[in-house]
Ligand binder design. Structure first.
Ligand code: SAM
Length: 342
């Protein structure tokens, strides 16, 4: 807890903060963010632009230290650690990949706090395949590490969720949230995944058209030239199907059915054809940065970024925790903290 302007606030910190998907959700739920860390210069530039009052330590997480960096204790430590090595679509190196190993940096930092000052809740985020990969060994390692550090944690402390099912955003994006509760503060893990009636009002879909602006032309550079091979592939598919969103895979075009946007990924930063396409009156174009930002739950997309090249904006947006999901998870953590049992 921290007193700000005479009021008590729950506190949080964000490791692997990126452009601040988790931070936005935590703020929305009423937390004060005391500090954050990321090593990516462009992510940090955006985070600073969005959260000028938060202490951002820009360095490799391995160089971060509780004493050296004078990190204050917090109620919730959020960590959307890199997911590439756990993803079904990736190389699946798990903890043998340096990106997967970053999970253990979270644990190292947690254990640098004395038990009574450790975060009351750890709120982690990754891909659902983390639960099943390596025949369950990845999950076992995570569970053992959390328990060793003095946390209540088991499979039922996890929330597997799709953005399209839990929020009003029409994006097909499946994620995993893991919440561990400190034994120094709780006699059991009070976190309950935010499912069921209490949250059902959030599942009315807002139509995709609300997020996509077909009423005015985008800059010419956003449109595919008719002689472009991707234009031909997409236009051919569009002639067969509806006016929905289309996504280019390596050698074919996939239509995304049911008025949903496909998972928005960091690959979008690697060039035009990784970004989903739509047709409007002026041609076939990729979704704009603002449209992608809205589909990731960021309010006020026009003021989200400092001056950055657009591939960086797409990459950072694809990497972000969807703000609407982060908000639901943060609210569930707040409810759990209100049930503190020690
Ligand atoms: C999936 S993104 C996280 C998104 C973020 N949690 C959010 O709230 O929107 C993973 C982030 O981890 C950062 N990262 C990866 N390896 C890191 C390391 N060794 N040290 C610090 N940050 C790292 C990346 O720069 C990236 O921003």
């Amino acid at each position: 807890m921290q007193i700000v302007d005479g009021e008590e606030h729950l506190t949080a910190a964000s490791l692997f903060c990126g452009m601040g998907g988790f931070a936005s959700g935590l703020y929305e739920a009423g937390f004060q963010i005391l500090w954050a860390n990321d090593c990516d210069q462009q992510a940090c530039a955006v985070f600073r632009h969005r959260f000028p009052d938060v202490r951002l330590i820009e360095c490799d997480v391995g160089a971060l230290g509780v004493a050296a960096d004078r990190l204050p204790p917090v109620d919730v430590l959020a960590g959307g650690f890199p997911c590439q090595s756990f993803s079904q679509a990736g190389a699946r190196g798990g903890f043998d990949d340096p990106r997967g190993e970053t999970f253990f940096e979270i644990m190292r930092l947690v254990e640098e706090f004395v038990p009574a000052r450790r975060p009351r809740l750890l709120l982690l985020e990754n891909v659902p395949h983390l639960l099943y990969g390596a025949k369950g060994l990845w999950f076992d390692r995570i569970q053992s590490a959390l328990r060793r550090a003095g946390y209540w944690f088991r499979r039922s402390s996890c929330w597997v969720v799709n953005v399209k099912d839990a929020t009003s955003l029409p994006q097909d994006r499946e994620r995993l949230f893991l919440v561990a509760a400190s034994k120094a503060h709780f006699t059991y893990n009070p976190f309950k995944p935010p499912v069921g009636e209490a949250h059902s009002e959030r599942t009315d879909h807002v139509p995709l058209e609300t997020f996509v602006d077909r009423s005015r032309p985008q800059p010419e550079s956003e449109y595919l030239a008719p002689e472009n091979k991707y234009y031909k592939m997409i236009a051919h598919k569009m002639a067969e199907g509806s006016e929905d969103i289309y996504q280019l895979r390596r050698s074919y075009v996939r239509e995304k059915a049911d008025g949903l946007c496909p998972t928005l990924t960091a690959n979008m930063g690697r060039g035009g054809h990784n970004v989903p396409f739509i047709r409007d009156t002026w041609g076939v174009r990729r979704l704009s940065v603002e449209e992608v930002a809205r589909l990731q739950g960021f309010a006020d997309p026009e003021n989200l970024f400092p001056d950055l090249p657009s591939p960086a904006k797409y990459r950072l947006l694809g990497n972000a925790v969807c703000v609407s999901l982060a908000t639901l998870a943060a609210r569930a953590c707040k409810q759990a903290l209100e049930k503190q049992t020690r």
